[in-house]
Ligand binder design. Structure first.
Ligand code: NAP
Length: 515
């Protein structure tokens, strides 16, 4: 990367959000951009999560870009390898490779209010950008709880998102910590090879059967020959989920029927009444993400599997101690304990107009305007920002809405003339979040009687969008300039002279002139 390279847009991350942003930028006729990726390949969370059994619990025809339909999805719910291959294909098909900088982890980005651009420091050089689109995603930094004694555990320890494929689990005593979407996929996949498998369940999840099947050759042929059939399939999958939203957001009582289905799913595989009781949640279904698996309960019923109905609290040598005092011997600990979602680490690295980091600004909870922009951080926006998550549908729908917003943001910036920046007005950010939190009050995520990663340390739900994807699409169709302050170079003539002064007498003098 050349020193002091300048681009119009720097996209951070190359998962669904970052690659989607790159495609959209090109479609808007913007080619002066880079995609900065910390790893050595694209794919985001679908690159990092390669654990056995990893698959998506949203149907593939909905969990893909509307502008890049894939008629060849092999299964109704595709596995990680196919989704990752899809993203690689998107990078090729849309000519994104020349823009992508691999191994370019962003270490710091700082808003320069004099020059109206971002100074970005990466693992392989510096650059400046007029606009930053941060698409680092909520599921990118694994969270491992602080367990006393863990550092002295003599066996192998890893997180679900950092699977050690070189470590053979055959015949080992394996402890799986957590019962989230990752753990319930891992359990059935490793149960046959583990010697003994112990699941540490702090809170039981609600699990419904997953209606997965191979997509037939005839279906694929049809989707290839008549693309509108793929679009119709997607539309149907979307519409069904839109109709479910009001039960989550306004009428959690209606979810009782789904609880009955989930209970019969437990009863079908678990014959032992005591284990059945252990596995049955006591909170309203939907409060935590509803999980889909037809293999989880059958795996738990196998003779080499134990369930400890308590969280892991301490490690003493090779003994794992649960909160209820249960002791379990283990050779391997696998943490399926989720990600830093409400405390995303990238926020520590973004320094805004007031010299404070985004993490400092968000210390009492994440807040953005329409899920995208933050007060005090001009020309910076995030994809899958605060309150853009979904409880029951495809995040790709939300990402595409945010890309509409990004495109209009750049369009409007372009029409302002001269060098300018948009700064979200604090009053607009507050008004948006007041509305979001008001709507949140009735939702199952806040009233269902559980804690989840949707809630931050203060118990505030800063991750989920409390409405339909259609509502979010309408709210992000265009940028309302009244919600922004337009920043312009204070004195263009002076700033032009900065470059000249810098050339002859160094940066310190230049700083004086521009200040
Ligand atoms: P998660 O949903 O955050 O689950 C973390 C689990 O770890 C919870 O069950 C939690 O228990 C448990 N835990 C934390 N500390 C513990 C301790 N000391 N002892 C025992 N258990 C402990 O994480 P995840 O499963 O990785 O899923 C994260 C998100 O990734 C999902 O919600 C989903 O959005 C996404 N995901 C999606 C798919 C897919 O199919 N599309 C697949 C995997 C992941 P508590 O419930 O008591 O807090």
């Amino acid at each position: 990367m050349a020193e002091h390279e300048h681009v119009r847009v720097a996209v951070i991350g190359s998962g669904f959000g970052g690659l989607g942003a790159a495609v959209r930028l090109r479609r808007e006729g913007i080619t002066d951009f880079v995609v900065l990726e910390r790893a050595d390949a694209v794919g985001g969370t679908w690159r990092d999560n390669s654990y056995p059994g990893c698959a998506c619990d949203v149907p593939s025809h909905l969990y893909s870009f509307s502008f890049a339909p894939n008629p060849d999805w092999p299964r109704t719910f595709s596995g990680q390898t196919h989704i990752r291959a899809y993203l690689e294909q998107v990078a090729d098909t849309f000519g994104l490779r020349p823009h992508i900088r691999l191994n370019a982890e962003v270490r710091r980005m700082r808003w320069d209010g004099d020059a109206l651009h971002w100074e970005i420091e990466t693992a392989n050089g510096r650059l400046t950008a007029e606009v930053v689109v941060s698409a680092t995603g909520p599921l990118s930094d694994p969270k491992v709880p602080e367990i006393p004694g863990l550092e002295n555990f003599p066996g192998k320890v890893f997180h679900s998102a950092r699977w050690d494929h070189d470590h053979d689990l055959r015949g080992k005593r394996v402890a799986m910590i957590g019962t989230g979407a990752s753990a319930i996929q891992i359990m059935p996949a490793i149960q046959p090879e583990a010697g003994r498998l112990t699941l540490f369940q702090r809170t039981p999840p609600w699990v419904l059967p997953r209606m997965d099947r191979a997509i037939t050759g005839a279906e694929r042929w049809l989707h290839r020959q008549l693309p509108f059939t793929g679009t119709a399939r997607r539309g149907l999958l979307w519409g069904i989920r839109e109709l479910q939203v009001s039960a989550f957001t306004k009428h959690p009582n209606r979810l009782g029927l789904i609880e009955s289905l989930a209970k019969s799913n437990i009863a079908r595989s678990i014959k032992d009444p005591a284990l059945r009781a252990t596995l049955t949640p006591s909170y309203r279904i939907g409060c935590k993400r509803i999980l889909l698996s037809s293999e989880y309960y059958p795996a738990l019923a196998k003779p080499n599997v134990d369930v400890v109905a308590s969280g892991l609290t301490e490690v003493r040598g090779s003994t794992l101690v649960a909160a209820d005092g249960t002791e379990t011997e283990a050779d391997v600990i696998i943490f399926g304990t989720g990600f830093h979602v409400t405390d995303m680490p990238i926020a520590d690295r973004v320094v805004g107009a007031n010299g404070t980091t985004l993490a400092e600004e968000w210390k009492d909870g994440m807040e953005a305007l329409r899920g995208a922009t933050a007060a005090g951080f001009p020309n910076w926006m995030t994809i899958i920002g605060p309150n853009t998550g979904l409880g029951n549908s495809s995040m790709i729908l939300m990402i595409e809405s945010q890309l509409n917003y990004m495109a209009d943001y750049l369009r409007q910036l372009g029409t302002l003339g001269g060098k300018a920046a948009l700064a979200a007005r604090p009053s607009a950010v507050q008004a948006w979040n007041r509305r979001v939190q008001e709507r949140m009050k009735r939702t199952v995520w806040n009233t269902g009687g559980c804690t989840s990663w949707y809630l931050d340390a203060n118990g505030r739900n800063t991750t989920i969008w409390p409405g339909t994807t259609g509502e979010f699409r309408r709210a992000t169709r265009e940028v309302d300039l009244a919600e922004y302050e337009v920043l312009r170079l204070r004195d263009t003539a002076k700033v032009v002279s900065v470059a000249e002064v810098a050339e002859v007498s160094g940066a310190s003098e230049a700083k004086e002139v521009s200040a």
